[in-house]
Design a protein around this ligand. Structure first.
Ligand code: ADE
Ligand code: ZN
Length: 325
């Protein structure tokens, strides 16, 4: 009963890497289409490799898999497959990250990437009624200079984007490494989000707030370690995009019963449930709601509040809101 309710409940996805929706079947199909040989000889062998000890283990596989994306149609097919999938289980608004550098460094043009993803998002809006915000993210294991170069490449497409993000290997790559590029992003009038406090310390959340002036925190699990930070997040009214099944897969939590969402919610933080990289972590948005509800024994009212939070914390514009009501 509850699972059916959570599947049908209208939800917004606010933390989703489109490259993380590449299912093994589609990876093999694109590899074949683009004459690329994969390291694994079957879908099953690839799935068996999805056994991660930490964030870096996952990222290595995720960047490797993204190499099958070459043409505009590949980016279109990837995005459309995701939209069709989540449309079936109550996801009516999506805020999607993509990692431009993962592709431009392999010689794929920014135009190919952006046009492929954007065209699918527009078709998805028209055909499926799923609204969207698109968010390019800088890879933090690379230099700020590289991010600045990428920012220049993104500039012709700025009207397509609702925010700019920061992701990839967190430890050793604090937000302040990207101070100048995010200052430029802000000057251009774009919102800013950053992964912080997933594996990295609570200090990185302070840094993302004070240096990058983020509008939303991606993950934020480790904020609970610092009560002053909790108060500051509350005061700034910042929402958090938590990703339960991702946290479980990447061993950020040992068990979902230990997930910090409940405590954060009890402390009044505007928390949301999201799927991060569902093809790799074993569940799309509805499954994240279902698994967390079961593990934390959350009530129907709490689940409705979490779905409501997802719309309140979204970057939906007024026009979007009118379309949704
Ligand atoms: N890129 C894709 N998924 C990510 C995650 N969970 N953390 C950091 N970078 C990512
Ligand atoms: Zn993420």
């Amino acid at each position: 009963m509850m699972n059916y309710f959570l599947t049908k409940l209208p939800k917004a996805e606010l933390h989703l890497h489109i490259e993380g929706t590449l299912e093994p079947e589609l990876m093999f199909l694109l590899a074949q289409r683009n004459h690329i040989t994969l390291k694994y000889d079957s879908v099953e062998a690839l799935r068996e490799a999805y056994n991660f000890q930490n964030l870096q283990d996952f990222l290595d596989l995720y960047y490797e898999g993204a190499a099958v994306l070459i043409h505009e149609k590949d980016f279109y097919d990837l995005t459309m497959a995701y939209l069709k999938r989540v449309h079936q289980d109550g996801t009516i608004h999506v805020e999607i990250f993509f990692d431009p550098q993962t592709h431009t460094h392999r010689g794929v043009s920014m135009e190919t990437i952006v046009r492929g993803i954007h065209r699918a998002l527009e078709d998805g809006k028209r055909w499926l009624g799923v609204t969207y915000v698109l968010i390019p993210s800088f890879l933090r294991h690379l230099s700020e200079e590289d991010a600045l170069k990428t920012w220049e490449e993104l500039k012709p497409f700025l009207p397509f984007f609702g925010a700019i993000g920061l992701d990839s290997s967190e430890k050793g790559n604090p937000p302040s490494k990207f101070k100048n590029v995010f200052q430029e992003v802000r000057n251009a009038g774009l919102r800013v989000v950053a992964h912080a406090g997933e594996e990295g310390p609570a200090e990185y959340i302070w840094d993302a707030m004070n240096t990058l002036k983020i509008d939303r925190i991606d993950h934020g699990n480790r904020s609970l370690e610092d009560l002053e930070l909790m108060a500051a997040i509350h005061k700034a009214d910042l929402a958090m995009t938590l990703c339960p099944l991702s946290n479980l897969s990447l061993k950020v939590v040992a068990d979902l019963v230990d997930h910090p969402l409940q405590e954060l919610m009890d402390r009044g933080v505007r928390v949301t449930i999201n799927s991060d990289d569902p093809a790799y972590f074993g569940g799309y948005l509805a499954q994240n709601y279902i698994s967390l509800q079961q593990s934390l024994q959350l009530t129907k009212e709490q689940m409705i509040q979490l779905a409501r939070n997802s719309f309140d914390a979204s970057f939906i514009t007024e026009t979007h809101r009118i379309e949704l009501h």
